[in-house]
Ligand binder design. Structure first.
Ligand code: NAD
Ligand code: TDX
Length: 356
């Protein structure tokens, strides 16, 4: 087990990062400090961590509003808290946005990661017990046909500006380990779902549109397949890696839970009908096939035998229970929804999605 004391979480105000911070405080025996460094883009919401801030703010939890691309600001955070561990979630993460405007993806995902690596390399020179963990995605491996899986050694074949920028950052992280000996670990994960997911990704978009009885936009023929994982199962895997993963290694994390988009949307209609006491067929009639995402990857499926065998990790939330928990969370948190939708999000959606 590594000794982790001052953990810098980048992007901790986003979907997975904020769940990770909740997870660390509530579900692990970690007793050190967490520093959340986030520039609060449209996807970053400090409200996700209000409860943590109220309970641990100023003692074991700290928030620093800083951009990972800003070397001086990020370096000051390393120094201020004597950071020994980085868990790097911060990224531009939405594939559709990367198609409409790739530049932010190149800047944050590639240049931002490069800047953090440079800081870690210089700040940790000649130090032991330090680790840079990089969070990545299964999308770097490309798209699968009807069969097969992504393994840790599957050649990279990114096909969207988002996945190309993540692939590039993965290569940089490995290069810093190989060239400079920077202690790193990496993980490539499949699609996450759960509370606090920004309402532009499939599951929250569908939950909200069903609730508001709006059209449910299914891209293309709806037969694209994703492998869904409950966000806390991703987080327990990351925690296992940063504690016990081998330096220099990559671990795949997946749900072993493949769903065609259209089937998943139908299930959401059925669950929402139960929660809202409505007719599921009424909701299903809202399903609207829309123009396909350009370059839409057909199927993702992760083989995660390595982390299971080597670190004893496994998924703990079954899809039915996880979806119900997620639906309930969105139904109970209308204020959160109203806040995130009142900003840039609404303008962006209106600009890019009108008429789709
Ligand atoms: P998200 O978009 O919800 O959150 C990203 C966070 O990073 C936000 O809080 C944002 O403010 C912050 N951020 C963005 N640019 C920044 C910058 N330049 N400086 C500082 N902070 C910045 O993303 P997410 O879904 O939580 O994804 C987190 C990580 O996990 C990403 O690296 C993503 O590639 C990876 N990932 C996500 C999924 C998924 O299904 N969501 C699956 C696999 C991997
Ligand atoms: O309205 C929609 N209709 C639709 O059919 C949306 C938002 C999506 N889709 C489809 C596209 C995909 O096939 O649903 C699938 C899932 O789409 P997203 O939720 O946008 O996720 P995806 O593109 O698969 O990428 C996600 O998983 C991997 C995350 O956003 C990435 O950050 C992560 O790396």
């Amino acid at each position: 087990m590594r000794k982790l004391t001052n953990i810098l979480v980048t992007g901790g105000a986003g979907f997975i990062g904020s769940n990770f911070i909740h997870y660390l405080f509530k579900d692990t025996d970690f007793d050190g400090r967490i520093i959340n460094m986030d520039s609060l883009t449209y996807a970053g919401n400090p409200e996700n961590l209000t409860e943590i801030d109220e309970n641990f703010g100023g003692s074991r939890f700290f928030f620093e509003k800083a951009d990972i691309r800003d070397y001086d600001a990020a370096e000051a955070v390393f120094k201020k808290y004597d950071v020994d561990t980085v868990i790097h979630f911060a990224a531009e993460s939405h594939v559709d946005r990367s198609i409409f405007g790739p530049k932010d993806f190149i800047d944050t995902n590639i240049s931002g990661t490069f800047s953090l690596l440079e800081i870690a390399r210089s700040f940790w020179e000649n130090r032991d017990n330090v680790l840079f963990h990089h969070i990545s995605t299964d999308e770097v491996f490309g798209s699968l046909g009807d069969t097969g899986f992504f393994y840790e050694n599957t050649p990279y074949d990114p096909r969207s500006p988002y996945s190309a920028s993540k692939a590039s950052s993965d290569h940089l992280v490995r290069a810093y380990n190989h060239t400079y000996g920077l202690p790193v670990t990496l993980s490539n994960c499949s699609n996450n779902y759960g509370p606090y997911q920004f309402p532009e990704k499939l599951i929250p978009v569908m939950i909200m549109n069903i609730k508001e009885e709006k059209p449910l936009p299914v891209y293309g023929d709806g037969k694209n397949i994703r492998d869904w994982l409950y966000v806390n199962d991703h987080n327990s895997a990351v925690w296992a890696i940063v504690n016990s993963g081998k330096t220099g290694e990559t671990y795949n994390i997946g749900g072993e839970n493949e769903w065609e988009n259209i089937k998943l949307v139908n299930v959401l209609c059925e669950k929402m009908a139960v929660f809202l006491n409505k007719d599921k067929e009424y909701y299903k009639k809202l399903i609207t096939y829309v123009k396909d995402r350009p370059g839409h990857d057909r199927r993702y499926a992760i083989n995660c035998d390595k982390i299971k065998k080597e670190l004893g990790w496994k998924q703990s939330v079954d899809f039915n229970a996880g979806l119900e928990r997620t639906v309930q969370w969105y139904l109970q948190n209308q204020d959160w929804i109203d806040h995130v939708r009142s900003g840039d999000y609404r303008n962006w959606i209106e600009k890019n999605y009108s008429g789709r």
